[in-house]
Write a protein that binds this ligand. Sequence first.
Ligand code: TXA
Ligand code: MG
Length: 349
Amino acid sequence: MNTKVWKVDKYVDKLESNPHIVDAAQFLRENEVVALPTETVYGLGGNAESDAAVAKIFAAKGRPGDNPLIIHIADKSQLDRFVTEVPAKAEALIAAFWPGPLTIIFKMKPGVLSEKATAGLDTVAVRMPDHPVALALFKQSGLPIAAPSANSSGKPSPTTAAHVMDDLNGKIAAVLDGGATGVGVESTVVDCTEEVPVILRPGGVSREQLEAAIGEVLVDPGLTNVKEATRPKAPGMKYRHYAPNAPLYLVSGTRGFLQSLVAEKQREGLRVGVLTTEEYQDEFTADVVLACGSRAQLETVAAALYDTLRKFNQMEVEIIFSEIFPTSGVGLAIMNRLQKAAGNKVITE
Ligand code: TXA
Ligand code: MG
């Protein structure tokens, strides 16, 4: 398959009549799959009501079939078609955060969406992304759109159209290139089927922001406690994910300690990478030192994270040591992704 790359300027008025968006929407109606920009990461979209389209999404990504997809909408009125009820707290979250990087789990009406998209569960994850290109495409298609991140399963999620092409060129009909995404980590997934909502995946909306809107919000214990026997409730959280090719170690300790680990591995003849921030970039000596945003502003770390992990692959390092980050605000999502990328390997001084 020849994957088309279509540049779309997100600042243009009347995006819905943009010829590339019209053509991409036509692909979606024909049950082809199309990659599209959102404010978090690029998604791989397909008709959520079609088993054939959803099968193409899973095949292109090499994604395990037991990991359900997020259903994307452009208008809140689309919820009625496949959601049994919108509880009061979900209503409040929608009012506060949609469109935006928040995915809400609802109880689902059976028989509307492809069972492959929801992995046979009786709940459904829904989100309305805050990106003009995505919203115009969804409106133009007239469909609910199932869209996981547009990476090969296990790889870091894509934050540019070039990342999408690195993974999926030849496997999908088209990519709408709307430039780099902004948030950089995926949406927060919050389960609103329980009385007290539970964060199943930390993301672009922080726990603090959710609690300011609706009061107490829990965090799935399977996420934060790596030794806990309980499995995470979002099926996707149990897989190794976001991983660069080289083994990644998170280092809890001083910069001097991290530097001593680098020196030790270099003595063994390895090509060593360091994931640090603008603040400390000049303090490390290694084969590859990459600054992932600024520690003073964790949003910039989130925005640069996946691109940084992918750059280590291009630079062919054999081992990577990373700083760790505070878990306040978007830091919870950053540390969740880094821990998964590292397969929970942490070295403590
Ligand atoms: O920011 C995002 O959310 C991006 C963009 C493209 O919208 N999408 C994304 O999708 O990250 P994906 O498929 O990579 O991650 C979806 C996550 C998985 O961890 C999955 O297990 C969880 O949402 N999920 C989906 N449906 C669920 C459900 N009914 N119950 C629990 N978790 C669910
Ligand atoms: Mg993903």
